[in-house]
Design a protein around this ligand. Structure first.
Ligand code: ATP
Length: 311
């Protein structure tokens, strides 16, 4: 378990992380989301003890990470895939890491196999593609068979096969009871990989919620209605708290907010209008994310324009 309590990180005048608190629990994959510059990498570096919070406290299974006797076996992390000596082979890179923790050579073979690098393990890591470097970084993170796995943008550079592979790997690790914490910009991938989400913007917590709750909350009560009487339904359903989107390109389709599918169906039935579709709309993670982080973007287009007009 990772417990973050009120951490703040300042770089001179810049507040990168601002009184952030959340807990990452074992047994589920937790996604860490936020727009560029939100403070994700800074938070991950602080969890690993690579950066010190200006204030606040981080505990790993109840203790400071720096107190752990064998850090690689406690937390396996991938922060920067390209941070590997370019002249070393993948195998030698892992062997050097293993030596610091008395990890046997058999474990190196296991992780190399697990990440699908067996045929490339003797090649220089400097010549690796981003996808291969990611696999090597993940192998290094898993080397100590850690209870906690923390990966910064692990899907970066992976092809669709690679993404599916990492998705399955992360679910397996969580199912084994490990704590799995991953950041990603790929919303749609996060939607099918993470069960729980921590969303930050400008260093602050925006949401700490399950994927299901988040998309349900963002979807509101929109309903897709398909009917040959869509025009008449607009008049029938209109009311003070109801808004409707009528598509010029598809005259049978209506999207209604403010009424449930049940209410719409009953009213249409009473007025004897045929309805071919009544679908409650669930927001995609991307839509939910945009809705939540709107206003938390460090460099949004609107903000840039605003800054210019003020100058
Ligand atoms: N060493 C540093 N010195 C000064 N400012 C920094 C430093 N590291 C990070 N920052 C600033 O802190 C803020 C958070 O950066 P961070 O890299 O943690 O964000 P992020 O969410 O990981 O972004 P991205 O998704 O773009 O990687 C940014 O405004 C960044 O410019």
């Amino acid at each position: 378990m990772i417990e973050i309590e009120e951490i703040t990180k300042k770089y001179q005048d810049k507040i990168a992380v601002d009184r952030l608190s959340f807990t990452v629990r074992p047994g589920v994959v937790t996604g860490f989301l936020g727009p560029n510059g939100a403070g994700k990498s800074t938070t991950m570096r602080m969890i690993l003890g690579l950066d010190r919070p200006t204030s606040g406290r981080i505990r790993i299974d109840g203790r400071d990470y720096r107190d752990a006797a064998s850090p690689l076996c406690k937390v396996g992390a991938l922060l920067e895939a390209k941070a590997v000596h370019p002249g070393r082979s993948a195998y030698d890179h892992l062997r050097a890491l293993a030596a610091t923790h008395a990890i046997p050579a058999s474990r190196i073979d296991e992780v190399v196999d697990l990440v699908g690098l067996s045929s490339a393990a003797r090649r220089r890591a400097g010549g690796f593609s981003l996808g291969m470097s990611q696999r090597l970084g993940i192998a290094a993170a898993l080397l100590g068979d850690p209870e906690i796995v923390m990966l910064d943008e692990p899907m970066n550079g992976l092809d669709p096969d690679g993404i599916r592979w990492i998705r399955d790997l992360l679910s397996d690790l969580a199912r084994e009871g490990r704590t799995v914490f991953i950041s990603s910009h790929l919303m749609n991938e996060m939607a099918v990989t993470a069960e729980h989400l921590v969303i930050i913007g400008k260093g602050r917590l925006i949401a700490d919620t399950s994927m299901k709750e988040l998309t349900a909350r963002a979807s509101g009560s929109r309903v897709r209605v398909r009917s040959p009487h869509a025009g008449q339904l607009v008049s029938l359903l209109s009311g003070p708290d109801v808004s409707m989107t009528y598509h010029n390109s598809d005259r049978e389709l209506l999207v209604v907010a403010g009424l449930s599918a049940r209410e719409i169906g009953e009213r249409a039935f009473e007025a004897r209008y045929v309805v071919h579709e009544l679908t409650p709309v669930t927001a995609s993670l991307e839509e939910a994310f945009m809705e939540l982080t709107h206003g938390s973007l460090e460099y949004s287009t609107g903000q840039l324009l605003g800054d210019r007009s003020a100058a």
